[in-house]
Design a protein around this ligand. Structure first.
Ligand code: C2E
Ligand code: MG
Ligand code: MG
Ligand code: MG
Length: 282
């Protein structure tokens, strides 16, 4: 095939492939250092009850404060970390920072609700996930009731014989489990009943188009009905407009996370938001 495409094209293909490999190695090496040097930051995005504007919790989202490239978004390094064991250290570091922050906020008299931390597939399949979580809680003094863990459908379904017992143990500890990006994965509905899951996060792709596309609104309505039937909590991701808010409220999903209420922000900014939010007038 390379011959058929001609020498020039083959050359190009070859070069771009090695560039990619090089870039990966660079990110991987840099990330290892970033973990040691403490360059990973946790941003917090508020989750709100749209009926009254109250902050009910936050999601912890990782950022990399790169010494030369500035603030990097997860899309630039999470996929690479996921291909290596680094994702486990990274995930533990994010959990640790998030839990530590929770303790600070509660001690300062705020009520940030639960903090929701994303789990990568490798973390769920790791034999000592439960132990890692226990360690973080122990080290930080964070209560299990202040922590929520998010997993995607695909990761749970990969090996239910192993993942389900692990998730059950976490639930027994008092940690809430939610399914992230719900509706975009394998969505075998029968497993939902069997999983120790408490909350579905409606994927933002449905929310984004809900105002224009009746099909997306129909999917949202179906997810809401499903959650109600199975007695699961619900939150909609990616709420950006008043119109989306209205549609979600009408459909029966009052909990949301999205730019309409706040982008992911440093802890200090979220604390300011909590201060305003919880003194009554917000
Ligand atoms: P996610 O867990 O589904 O997180 C929600 C993403 O949607 C975040 O992007 C958030 O900034 C973005 N978002 C929230 N509201 C809106 C909105 O109204 N409009 C738009 N356009 N976007 C919105 P972010 O922070 O770039 O993170 C992307 C993904 O990276 C996350 O998706 C998650 O899968 C992954 N990720 C982030 N932090 C971690 C982490 O600590 N560990 C792991 N394993 N994955 C992480
Ligand atoms: Mg998430
Ligand atoms: Mg999501
Ligand atoms: Mg995601």
């Amino acid at each position: 095939l390379a011959k058929k495409m001609g020498g020039g094209q083959y050359q190009h293909f070859h070069t771009s492939l090695s560039d990619q490999a090089l870039q990966r190695m660079e990110v991987e090496a840099g990330l290892k250092q970033a973990l040691q040097k403490g360059e990973l930051r946790v941003y917090f995005q508020p989750q709100v009850d749209m009926r009254n504007g109250r902050i009910t919790g936050t999601e912890a989202l990782v950022r990399w404060q790169h010494p030369e490239k500035g603030l990097l978004m997860p899309g630039a390094f999470i996929p690479i970390a996921e291909e290596t064991r680094l994702i486990i250290d990274l995930g533990n570091e994010v959990m640790r920072q998030a839990c530590q922050q929770q303790v600070e906020w509660y001690r300062a008299g705020f009520n940030p609700g639960r903090v929701s931390v994303n789990l990568a597939g490798a973390q769920i399949h790791e034999a000592d996930l439960v132990e890692s979580v226990q360690n973080v809680l122990h080290q930080t003094g964070c209560k299990p009731q202040w922590l929520e863990l998010e997993v995607t459908e695909g990761f749970i379904m990969q090996d239910t014989a192993r993942t389900v017992p692990t998730l059950k143990q976490l639930k027994e500890m008092g940690i809430l489990l939610s399914i992230d990006d719900f509706g975009t994965g394998y969505s075998s509905l029968t497993y939902l009943k069997r999983l120790p899951v408490c909350r579905l996060k409606i994927d933002q792709s449905f929310v984004r188009n809900s105002a224009m596309d009746p099909n997306d609104l129909a999917i949202i309505e179906a997810i809401i009905a499903l959650a109600n039937k199975l007695d699961l909590e619900l939150i909609a991701e990616g709420v950006e407009t008043e119109e989306q808010k209205k549609l979600l409220l009408q459909a029966g999903c009052p909990h949301a996370q999205g730019y309409l209420y706040g982008k992911p922000m440093p802890a200090l900014e979220l604390m300011e938001m909590l201060r305003e939010n919880q003194t009554g007038t917000a």
